[in-house]
Design a protein around this ligand. Structure first.
Ligand code: ADP
Ligand code: CIR
Length: 359
């Protein structure tokens, strides 16, 4: 019998990956010939294939991770490949089965998160985001224009129910002029279509259709629609008051949760396009000025030891400017939202301490 087109496609991609001997991405490490042969013929019920999942890593051999899920079911359909990658990224025990407990941001009023930098010497701004997928829909590589429009319409209905401080306006990207888009991106509020990893994964298909941003008047509460995930819910402000940022996010999320049904399972928690975001989906970050520490050889290993990830000033795969880094918790699966935030909080305390020692 003839080989199905999606299998031929996967084979061609796999060929690229295996010949990229300099690649150190998790996909290359874990997609052995045995696993490839075992899963290559499978499809999810929405039509997701192995080729959809591995394209980005095979075409971008400098990926750190290299794999995305075609749709929520892909994590089960291709579990022999996803599980070890998930475990390595989130630092979970190799031998234990995956499990993510249900959590609900904890009691935010009892939160002991103090301002990390009351004098404002180091922290420029603080941001916490989570990702959510609407139940029943696939992820970017298999979404149709109509799917994207349906996701946007459902999101809008929920966004319109915010009141007081969280009340805001939705701005579709297709109606926004380029200058406004660039300005909002430059100020760290808006996304764009310039990430080649996401592009190869299908993240910009039908761009800019059904993409948009919602934000309140003070731009402290924002929601991205149809960027990498169906929804990205963001709380941010200047300075280091992480408790306030966390509380705002938890409050806003309660409203969204009442209006929308999100896709989630007990193995990997909330389902996101990228496996690095599973579980709580939470990334808590600061933009922090650490010119001395970041210039030392130990900076990278210190971040690793503290379970932190350093990114550049315009997000993932960008550079630092003037010693300012975006530093966040690396793990999101296998811990609660509060623990994920605390991982960043404790780590940043240590980073500030070490920066002071070098002064
Ligand atoms: P993610 O949405 O996964 O958090 P990125 O790394 O692409 O993705 O960052 C998205 C945007 O958020 C970028 O413009 C980045 O500069 C901005 N950002 C991240 N952390 C902060 C922060 N603490 N303060 C201000 N902007 C931030
Ligand atoms: C990569 O593999 O480098 C991209 N697909 C992005 C992965 C997400 N990054 C991360 O480490 N959180």
């Amino acid at each position: 019998p003839e080989t199905p087109a999606h299998v031929t496609e996967a084979e061609q991609l796999y060929q690229k990956l295996t010949s990229a001997t300099e690649s150190r991405c998790l996909l290359r490490k874990h997609l052995t010939q045995a696993i490839f042969d075992k899963v290559k013929n499978r499809k999810t019920s929405l039509g997701g294939t192995l080729a959809h999942c591995i394209r980005s890593g095979c075409e971008n051999i400098d990926s750190g991770v290299g794999i995305y899920a075609s749709d929520p079911e892909a994590y089960a359909t291709f579990s022999e490949l996803f599980d070890p990658i998930i475990k390595e990224y989130h630092k979970l025990p190799e031998k234990k089965a995956l499990h993510h407990a249900n959590c609900d941001f904890g009691d935010v009023n009892k939160s002991k998160l103090e301002d990390l930098d009351p004098e404002g010497k180091f922290i420029v701004s603080t941001r916490i985001r989570i990702g959510r997928s609407l139940d029943g829909f696939g992820f970017p590589p298999i979404l149709t224009v109509q799917n994207r429009k349906d996701i946007e319409a459902k999101a809008l209905e929920a966004l319109n129910s915010f009141s007081e401080d969280l009340k805001g306006t939705y701005y579709p990207l297709s109606d926004m002029d380029e200058d406004t888009q660039s300005r909002l991106t430059e100020e760290h509020f808006l996304f764009n279509d310039s990430d080649r990893f996401l592009k190869a994964a299908g993240g910009y298909n039908d761009w800019p259709t059904a993409r948009g941003i919602f934000y309140n008047e003070s731009k402290t509460f924002l929601v991205w629609v149809n960027e990498e995930d169906h929804l990205r819910v963001i709380s941010m402000q200047k300075g280091g008051d992480i408790g306030a940022v966390y509380k705002r996010l938890a409050t806003a999320y309660k409203t969204l949760e009442e209006k929308l049904k999100f896709s989630r399972d007990d193995r990997v928690g909330f389902l996101t396009f990228c496996p690095t975001n599973l579980g709580t989906t939470l990334r808590a970050s600061v933009h922090i000025k650490i010119p001395l520490l970041s210039a030392t050889d130990k900076f990278k290993s210190l971040c690793e030891k503290l379970n932190l990830q350093a990114r550049g000033i315009h997000g993932e795969h960008t550079d630092s400017q003037g010693g300012v880094y975006d530093i966040s918790n690396k793990r999101r699966l296998g811990l609660t939202e509060y623990q994920a935030v605390h991982e960043m909080y404790n780590g940043i305390k240590e980073i500030i301490k070490q920066e002071k020692e070098l002064a």
